[in-house]
Design a protein around this ligand. Structure first.
Ligand code: CTP
Ligand code: CA
Length: 225
């Protein structure tokens, strides 16, 4: 296979990647979620594996198959993803937070199916833990890459998240632009470090992932050598 000739430049690295959406239960039959397909996170996992890394993929519910050779940890809710991320991240060289984590969970999950008794109803929500920010607080912390899906002020919001969450890199995508981001097969990223700004042009998510994995490794090596 073409793998025989691939450069295994990540041979001694362990990547932990979060991917997909999370689901926040309302009652036994309903949930709150988002349009994340998991394609970008799974493409990053695939590219890191091809480059020789050990890969742990912590994934919310998606319709796609995990790449062969990765360790797949399946979760449903944001709090489950948080727990698994904090379990695996201390052993990782690199942590990539690609998941579209629900920002809030339902305060009181109904134990029985909610009936349509009233014309108006309200659901109280509580903020979930910030997974990537908590990984960045670990004493034993990996090289950390976040994502930022924005519809406006992309650079300003992405740089804000980079600094506030104490990340090494953040990959921003403008989800308001047609043909990229949530659920699309293509993506374009602008990757920010504290000092750099690198554009990865619009292409299939597998091509973008390959370039992003190489870019992450370059910055990882800069920090560790
Ligand atoms: N993230 C996370 N845990 C959360 C929320 C977000 O790990 N509870 C991660 C995402 O995986 C992504 C980054 O934080 O890598 C930014 O997510 P985003 O939704 O863009 O930012 P938020 O901090 O949630 O802010 P907002 O949604 O208000 O823009
Ligand atoms: Ca969010």
């Amino acid at each position: 296979s073409s793998d025989f000739f691939a450069d295994k430049y990540l041979q001694n690295q362990h990547w932990v990647i979060t991917a997909g959406p999370t689901r926040e239960a309302i009652d036994p039959v309903r949930y709150i979620s988002n349009h994340s397909s998991g394609k970008m996170g799974y493409a990053i996992a695939h590219a890191a594996l091809r480059a020789g890394a050990k890969v742990t993929l912590i994934s919310g519910p998606v319709d796609i198959a995990a790449p062969t050779g990765c360790e797949l940890i399946q979760v449903i809710s944001a709090e489950q993803m948080h727990k698994q991320a904090l379990t695996y991240a201390p052993q990782a060289t690199t942590f990539v937070a690609c998941a579209a984590v629900a920002d809030y969970r339902v305060a009181d999950i109904a134990s029985e199916k909610i009936k349509k008794d009233s014309d108006v109803m309200q659901i109280s929500l509580i903020k979930n833990h910030d997974i990537v920010a908590d990984v960045a607080q670990l004493a034993q912390k990996p090289f950390i890459v976040g994502f930022a899906a924005e519809t406006q002020n992309v650079e300003q919001y992405a740089r804000g998240k980079l600094m506030r969450k104490n990340l090494d890199l953040i990959a921003a995508n403008d989800v308001a632009k047609a043909g990229q981001g949530f659920n699309s097969n293509d993506n374009a990223l602008t990757v920010f470090s504290a000092i750099d700004k690198i554009e990865i042009p619009l292409a299939n998510k597998h091509i973008v992932a390959k370039q992003l994995v190489s870019l992450i490794n370059q910055h990882y090596l800069l920090k560790h050598t």
